[in-house]
Design a protein around this ligand. Structure first.
Ligand code: UDX
Length: 430
């Protein structure tokens, strides 16, 4: 079986590497020529551990110098892994998916299976099937399968090679057999179901995790007002296996390419069938508020931010990625820029991406450079480098040693002992 992967973002590149590593010949298409060139040079087109090594290891199985027409002609299985970004109404924008379907209709000339890995609203696979049936005039069978992806950035290779589960939504035995063959030998459980259920599994899973985060953020805010330490509360809760230990780290709200987009999309999917989910709506409102929590703490300290030197540590939406999509730091920076603050930003990996949106911030070479003479320091991402930073340097280098920590990187008592005005999330101050 020859595999074609269309769209080489986080999902596409890791899918291509998974199957190439299993010995399949994998054809790759992406309209961004820079990505193709990088792969050809043995480099990773995304910032992600292990990707480069796997590209080098599997270079004979990863085929990138192929025309669109030839790729669609040769493919037995086509994985669609293009982005489905949020449109202005909060729906998933499916235009990239439908562009690929146009190419399928134009070029595919033998039986094949199309696997939708991109996150798409319930009913999208059915719709794709209809469009193909209506527009394709050749006598061939094209099956559509839903196979959502659950990888988290920073752990993409491990999540793809050892997924928590493989969800497969099919409507006939032919495509079910193809998917069984593709994923044979995996240690992960293969869970077969109908396509619509499979499409909803992805949204229901991501929104549940977003809900869990918003819940613990709310409990943290309450803890803070009660003079209780959230870390003790989470520890005490986590002994209940129904609650678990994971995904209970409070902070400045969630960001990234999935949770905000998928929660909004599920709200709209529900509305389209006449259901207004108060709970899903409240995830968004709670998270919007949480993402501005440091700014609101800062407003209690400073009457105005005009000409204040503010150090921003961490721009990425989480550590070990250069991705700034929906990053809490950027939401706060927007406000501070409008207020004419002087921002000195540092992030180990995400500064180049941030420069594309805010070219005029002062980008610093390290943490010291950012905090020197600062009136205030705000921490948005728990990079190891920030967590391991010697705290007495805040006291030595800043004009006013005030640190607002949105990721609970430091010990409260230690910061207070050094003489830093330190405020974090959900933790008791002395
Ligand atoms: C997420 C899901 O984990 C993945 O399964 C899905 O397919 C895509 O969305 P990702 O966005 O890469 O992956 O990152 P994740 O590590 O899940 O973090 C999401 C956000 O939640 C980040 O902003 C992170 O800082 C925040 N988070 C996560 C917390 O605030 N506390 C936690 O305990 C965990």
């Amino acid at each position: 079986m020859k595999i074609l992967v269309v769209g080489l973002g986080y999902v596409g590149i890791t899918t291509a590497l998974y199957f190439a590593d299993k010995g399949y010949e994998v054809l790759c298409l992406d309209k961004d020529n820079d990505k193709i060139k990088k792969i050809q040079n043995g480099e990773s087109p995304i910032y992600e551990p292990c990707v480069e090594e796997l590209i080098k290891k599997n270079k004979t199985n990863i085929i990138t110098n192929i025309s669109k027409k030839e790729a669609y002609h040769q493919a037995d299985v086509i994985f669609i892994t293009v982005g489905t970004p949020q449109d202005e109404k909060g729906n998933a924008n499916l235009s990239f998916i439908y562009d690929v379907i146009k190419d399928v209709i134009e070029f595919v000339n033998k039986d094949c299976t199309i696997v939708i890995k991109s996150t798409v609203p319930v009913g999208t696979c059915d719709n794709i099937e209809k469009i193909i049936k209506t527009n394709l005039n050749r006598n061939i069978n094209i099956d559509i399968v839903s196979n959502p992806e659950f990888l988290a950035q920073g752990n993409a290779i491990n999540d793809t090679f050892n997924p928590s589960r493989i969800i497969i939504g099919t409507e006939n035995d032919r495509s079910k057999n193809v998917m069984s063959e593709l994923y044979k030998g995996t240690n992960s459980e293969k869970v077969f179901m109908d396509r619509r259920s499979s499409e909803l599994v992805k949204y229901a899973s991501n929104c549940f995790l977003a809900l869990k985060l918003s819940y613990i953020n709310e409990i943290a805010n309450i803890s803070e007002l009660l003079g209780v330490n959230i870390e003790n509360v989470v520890k005490g809760m986590s002994y209940d296996s129904r609650i678990g230990k994971e995904f209970l780290k409070c902070g400045v709200g969630f960001g990234g390419s999935c949770f905000p987009k998928d929660t909004n999309a599920l709200i709209n999917i529900s509305k389209n069938v006449g259901y207004n989910s108060e709970l899903l709506n409240s995830i968004i409102t709670s998270n919007e508020k949480q993402r501005l929590i440091l700014l609101n703490k800062a407003k209690k300290i400073f009457e105005s931010f005009k000409n204040k030197k503010i150090a921003i540590l961490g721009l990425a939406f989480k550590p070990n990625t250069d991705d700034i999509r929906e990053s809490p730091a950027l939401k706060n920076i927007k406000y501070l820029v409008d207020e004419e603050a002087n921002i000195y930003a540092y992030d180990p990996k995400a500064m180049e991406n941030c420069k594309k949106i805010y070219p005029n911030l002062n980008y610093c070479i390290n943490i010291e450079d950012a905090i020197k003479d600062a009136d205030l320091c705000m921490i948005f991402t728990e990079w190891n480098e920030i967590k391991k930073f010697q705290c007495n340097k805040y006291k030595e280098l800043m004009k006013n040693p005030i640190v607002l920590d949105g990721r609970n990187c430091y010990d409260v008592a230690e910061m207070e002992r050094i003489g830093i005005r330190y405020d974090s999330i959900g933790r008791k101050r002395n």
